[in-house]
Ligand binder design. Sequence first.
Ligand code: GLC
Length: 419
Amino acid sequence: MPAKKPAKPLSEEQDRERRLAWFREARYGMFIHWGLYSQLGRHEWVMNRERIPLAEYEKLADTWKPGPWPARKWAKLAKQAGQRYMVMTTKHHEGFCLFDSELTDYNAARRGPGRDLVAEYVEACRAEGLRVGFYYSLMDWHHPDGALCAKNDKSRRRFVDYIHGQIRELLTNYGKIDIMWYDVSWPLDAAGWESEKMNKMVLELQPDIIINNRNQLPGDFGTPEEHIVAEQRMWEACMTFNGSWGYGPIEPEYRSARQVLGMLRQVAAGGGNLLLNCGPAPDGTIPPPQPKILKQVGEWLGKYGESIYTATDPMEQEWTFLGAFTRKGNTLYYHVNRWPGTDFSIGGLHCTIESARIMGGKKLKVKQEKDRVLLQGVPAEAPDPLVTVIELKFSGEPKQTLGAGCVILPKDPWGKTTA
Ligand code: GLC
């Protein structure tokens, strides 16, 4: 038998696409911010914002006594919510490690919690079939060289060895990890952090992993924070539930289920993902109203998920008062946030409509007058109390353009002027 030709090695871009394939379809994940700061409940930057002296803050390492294995509940909740992956803070800026580290005793296994919280988290994700991500802050307020490293090369050497060493531990001790999620690279630049070397090590240890862009290199995906703007490449918007990443019981305003669905529609339309944060209490419980909202969204995704998970084809669209679209091929999914009653039309649709139906419900009659689609036989009340989706099928690839005027110039049925 002739020897099998060795496969041609993939280019950097091909390998990135290979590693990103699952992430492109994941759409929705749960971010967990949990650490010593959770005991104070005043944002994860509390140590810095309130100038708490290190000696005072460090005491939190011994007083933290999380309840038994909360990660199992988070992962179950994430699954119910329709989320497909999780990312947890293994070390936030405060420097306290939720994993057992040979490089510092300032860690969960050796202090108050008395156990490796990262190990619990990883096992919990796997039990629910969720992909596993590690958030890791490069900036470190606890390490003696964490700030000095910018001024003195000996100090930088020690600190960078520490950080690279911990990343090595994280990606060696817990089996297959799917996402490396760096955060804040203050006070060094890419050369100072040795970021090229860092990413190379990460890929050597975990050849299938994807890496974010927060070690001053572009990495595999962008990470817009607290806003949703599509990028030219793969991206993931990370959003808080209530303005704080860490447990924030004194902030009463939470995003509603409709707002979460709005964010999901937006990320889908832009081909990105949503990483929605929960800040568990120090004992590990995710406080109300988050679980309820997450379950509502999960139920909704059970019915209308097709319009979010896979409807990520780009399309030109304009704002309309009633709702907004996602698209897959010639099908548009109109996410209707404001139900108008029986008088239902959509303007600016440039393609011939073939059929329409309420997703999961009845077929609708359609009429088209140039770029205006009229839906007939719609119920007076919104079929879904959250967001109703109307599926519209066209004869070709639809787009929506309205402009500011009301008159379509002659000779051009779809509003494109030749003049
Ligand atoms: C910011 C904040 C941090 C939070 C992160 C999440 O960089 O410093 O507290 O963990 O964003 O994206």
